[in-house]
Design a protein around this ligand. Sequence first.
Ligand SMILES: [Ca+2]
Length: 138
Amino acid sequence: MTDPQLAPLLDDSDDLTPEFEQALSEIFGRYDRDGDQSLNKSELQAFAVFCNGEPFSDEDVSEILESFTTTDDGLALTLPGFIQLYHLQTASGDDEETWKDLKKHGYDAQLKLETPPSKLEVPKPDSPKADDESTPAL
Ligand SMILES: [Ca+2]
């Protein structure tokens, strides 16, 4: 039951549409905080918390790293791996879940970035508290 107003995520060959791939690539970049082109465990957890409200279990993380393309040491998910994850989820019929994530990241039904990332609350579980709490003006 796909909403007819939604942009296609997959083409006739079940490949990702360029718009979908572009969106995934942009989202991937938001979580790659150290810019090494891969998502390590804590970066993956930031993604999980944002999408699901809770981190992945250790088993989930292991499964993701075993199932999809990672860095050579197997400890971090690469962009192709991230795309595979969504490709699998979407091609297996769970595009509702995919759309939920896309919309959460600010994308509209046409895969346009409707809400800039700076306007979204992105949790930073591993970051120390920001300095802006140091000045309680009472
Ligand atoms: Ca990284």
